[in-house]
Design a protein around this ligand. Structure first.
Ligand SMILES: [Zn+2]
Length: 90
């Protein structure tokens, strides 16, 4: 399987799956699957810990829910990428 740079960006660093609802961290600029990052932040905060950015190599160690914004552009890019792929397999 050939993984191009653009396809790699569709993958959530937490789930390792293609994102359906990507959210962007305003602070470090990384994107994650919304459900996965929210769950991660909540479970860390329950244990009174800070949530580190799950992206490998990122030094951001205090990811907050308020720093996450919906990444509409990326969501559309993933959708159109999937549409193309589906058409191709028909
Ligand atoms: Zn990050």
């Amino acid at each position: 399987m050939i993984v191009t740079q653009s396809q790699t960006n569709f993958i959530c660093p937490i789930t390792q799956l293609e994102m359906k609802k990507p959210v962007k961290n305003k602070v470090c600029g990384h994107t994650y699957e919304e459900e996965a990052i929210v769950r991660m932040i909540e479970s860390k905060h329950r244990r009174r810990k800070k949530a580190c950015c799950p992206k490998i190599g990122c030094s951001h160690t205090d990811v907050k829910m308020s720093d996450l914004v919906q990444d509409e552009a990326l969501r559309r890019a993933i959708e159109s990428h999937n549409k193309k792929r589906n058409r191709h397999s028909e």
